[in-house]
Structures are given as C-alpha cells and as structure tokens.
Design a protein around this ligand. Structure first.
Ligand code: C2E
Ligand code: MG
Ligand code: MG
Length: 417
C-alpha cells in the first residue's frame, strides 16, 4: 500500500523531478495508425512505486503548485517531442509505388497532448512559454496539443477564453476533455475555439449497456462533425467498442485496448513496432461515405459563407477534408492506408481515380470561390462534384457488398451467411 502523501514529500518530489509524464497512445480510427499520445503525470517514487494523478494532484492543486508543475511537465513534454522525432513510426501505408506523390516527411510524425487547468491559462505564462518554443523553432505547432476538461472550461469561460484563442491562433490544437460531463450547449461549443471533442470515458464505457447510451455516443460524434471538430474517444477497452466507434465515424481513440499509459522509453518502442488495430473494414467503408458527405458540406458551407460575406471560404481550406494532398484527406488516409488491405476486392481499385477527381474538383471549386466566379460557374462545378460523389458512394456500397460476400480470410462465402 502507498504511503500517505505529505506536502513536504511532494515539494521534494517536484524538486527532484520525480513527477514524470507517461504516454498513452492515440490511434487514428480512419487509418489504424498511432498518431501520438496523451501525456499523463505519474509520481515515480524512489522505492519503485508509481502514484496516479488522483493520489497527489488534489494536493498539488490545493497548495497552489499546479501551475509550476504544468510548466515543469511542459518542458518534459518538449523533450519527449524532440526525442520522438527520430523514431520511425510504423504506418499502414500503401507500398511506395502505389502512393500518390506526397512528402510525408514534411509533417510531424506524432502529436503529444498535455492536460492543463484553468489557472494555467489565466496567468498567460503557459501561452507565453508555448509562443517562445514555437518562435525559437524548438517544436512545431502540430506536435503539441492542449487538453482542458469541459467542466473546467464551462465554469471559467471568462478566465480561459482569451488564452485558448491565443494558443489556437498559434496553430496548436485544443481538445475539450471529458466531453459529456460539463453540459455545454451546441451554441456555447460553437463559440469556443476547440478543435476536438474527447468523449468522456464513462460515456464510451456505458455505450454497450443500452440503446439510449449508444445514441448518446452517436450524437456526440455527430455533434463534433457538425461543428467541424474532430471526435476522439477515450476509455476504449474492447475490440467491439473500437469497431462501433469506427462504424459511427469517430476519428481518433485511446484506451487500454489500444495501449495503456507507459514510460517514454516504452512509448518509443511502441511507435516503432507493428500494430494491428485493423478494426472493422465495413465500418471504415461506411465512414468513407460519411466523409464524402462531410466534404461536400464543407464546400457548400464555404460557398454560403462567401456569399453572405463571412469570409470563411479560405479558412475552410484548412479542413482536413480539403487538404491539398489527396492522401492526407480523411478519405485518402483510409484509401491509401489501411484500406489497401481490401485490394483483393476488384471494386476497390475503381475508387482511386474518382477519389482523386473529386478531391481536385473540390479544390478547384474553392479556387473559383476565391476568384469570385459567377453563380453559374460555381453551380456547374458543384453539379460535377455531385456526380463524382454519387459515383464514389455507389462504388463504396459495392465494396461493402463485396466484403459482406467474403469470409474474414477473403474467401467467397458459398451458400448461407
Ligand atoms: P484525463 O485527462 O481524462 O485522462 C484519461 C484518464 O483515463 C487517465 O487516467 C488514463 O490513464 C485513463 N484511461 C485511459 N484509457 C483508459 C481505459 O481504457 N480504461 C480506464 N479505466 N481508464 C483509462 P490518469 O492518468 O489516472 O489521469 C486522471 C486524470 O488526471 C486525467 O484525466 C487528467 O484530468 C488528470 N491529469 C493527468 N495528468 C495530468 C497533468 O499532467 N496535468 C493536469 N492538470 N491533469 C492531469
Ligand atoms: Mg486528458
Ligand atoms: Mg479525459
């Protein structure tokens, strides 16, 4: 049993760097790839016992030490980011000759997130620290993410808002943690600068217990999609939950099924080894259809906003659905990644050309918007995109039927299912 925590011991531990970050892997549910980790603090005692945050964070907080701790941990995180750059991350990429000409190396390998509390933001020293790190080129904005819990934000909006906006403007993603526990309304959410909603693990765990609980998760995922935010599920403990989340369009996940929090050395080993978080291919095909509709909606939104003078057209180019490189789009991540495992289905190969076409047409549509082309030109372009989307959806449905007609080992099913 662990010894009771005293303030003196805690202060000593902070001075001696005994409070260390562990890293829990995050996986992209579209591609099955490890994309980063959440950094979680642990107290590594000299006697080899490891304390979890709920055993000492309340004391850190009540003694006004949390802010110093966050700054200390941020430095550790930065070291980890730099140290992980040289790791080869094993990804589900297609063989190099079938990949489109993209330079994956210009993107950071992994992104690490750190948890912060409202007071960390209110004092501005965290955002000043991040600004200095970015300015000095020590880290890239895409390598860092910030997590703050929904309830902490909602009860301190005035305190944290300016700093959240400041950090987001630097290009660092901000995740709303434990979403579903803080009762935020859609309206309130849409006014806050979040990039992602992390579905609370209680919500994810209860999912399998009733249809109603299942619907709660489904609506949280759609809410994120509607708001143009990424959905991230935490607390994934089983393959069935993993598959359900894939099938319902959740984009990222973490949980014991994918990997427990681990030391930096173990995490380095983890990203460098093969993982098979394949999950349901049927689910991913369904996601591909959803992502096509989302892609279309982004274009229509951009057109609408530019018409009413909201100036969002350009901003929407940053949406992952409209990445300049097709392999980086939501659909591309699947098609050129883990989707390649479906290459034995003839129809799979018919998808590539229309996929490239619809992506190019979408970019052209945005260009036309920026050049203020006439309504007739825009309408014609959108009609072309609609035809391409219809064709792609029909191909994806054929692929779905083809998968259903095979056993898991790819052999055709003769007779009954
Ligand atoms: P959180 O940020 O929501 O982190 C997720 C927690 O769920 C972690 O607990 C993680 O170990 C646990 N978890 C992840 N997957 C599973 C799963 O599949 N099953 C179960 N049962 N649990 C899972 P942990 O590390 O004990 O952290 C608890 C909370 O303490 C965190 O919740 C976060 O709010 C806070 N925390 C952790 N590290 C820090 C930190 O460095 N700074 C601050 N301010 N808060 C921290
Ligand atoms: Mg968190
Ligand atoms: Mg959480």
């Amino acid at each position: 049993m662990n010894k009771p925590v005293t303030l003196e011991a805690l202060e000593r531990a902070m001075r001696n760097d005994e409070l260390v970050l562990f890293y829990q892997p995050k996986v992209c549910l579209l591609s099955g790839d490890v994309i980063g980790a959440e950094a979680l603090v642990r107290w590594a005692h000299g006697d080899a016992s490891v304390l979890s945050p709920d055993e000492f964070l309340p004391m850190v907080e009540s003694n006004g030490l949390l802010h110093d701790l966050t700054l200390q941990l941020l430095d550790q995180l930065v070291e980890a980011i730099v140290g992980l750059r040289n790791c080869t991350v094993v990804k589900h990429e297609a063989p190099i000759d079938t990949l489109p000409p993209v330079s994956f190396n210009s993107y950071p390998n992994l992104s690490l997130s750190i948890n912060v509390a409202p007071n960390d933001l209110a004092s501005r020293s965290i955002s000043n620290h991040i600004a200095a790190l970015l300015q000095a080129g020590t880290i890239q904005a895409a390598e860092l993410q910030i997590e703050i819990t929904e309830s902490a934000v909602m009860s301190n909006v005035d305190l944290v808002y300016d700093d959240l906006v400041r950090i987001k403007d630097m290009g660092v993603k901000i995740l709303m943690d434990d979403f579903g526990t803080g009762y935020s309304s859609l309206d309130r959410l849409s006014q806050l600068p979040f990039d992602a909603l992390k579905l609370d693990q209680g919500m994810v765990k209860r999912m399998g217990t009733s249809l109603q609980n299942l619907d709660v998760v489904r609506s949280a995922i759609s809410m994120a999609r509607e708001l143009g935010m990424t959905s991230v599920a935490e607390g994934i403990e089983s393959e069935s939950v993993y598959n359900f989340l894939i099938a319902h369009g959740c984009e990222e996940g973490q949980g014991y099924f994918l990997g427990r929090p681990m030391s930096l050395a173990d995490f380095k080993g983890f990203v460098g080894s093969e993982h098979d978080f394949e999950g349901s291919q049927i689910g991913r095909v369904h996601q591909a259809c959803l992502n096509l509709l989302r892609f279309r909606k982004t274009l229509v939104d951009a057109a609408f906003c530019s018409r009413v003078g909201a100036g969002v057209a350009l901003q929407s180019v940053a949406d992952p659905g409209l990445q300049a490189e097709v392999a980086r789009t939501r659909l591309g991540l699947w098609y050129f990644g883990i989707g390649q495992r479906l290459a034995s289905h003839a129809v799979f190969h018919d998808i590539e050309i229309p996929l490239r076409q619809v992506h190019a047409s979408g970019l052209k549509f945005l260009e036309q918007l920026e050049r203020h082309q006439s309504v007739a030109v825009l309408d014609q372009q959108l009609a072309e995109i609609d035809q391409q989307i219809d064709r792609l959806i029909s191909l994806l449905h054929s692929l779905e039927r083809s998968i259903l007609a095979c056993k898991p080992n790819g052999q055709p099913i003769n007779g009954r299912l």
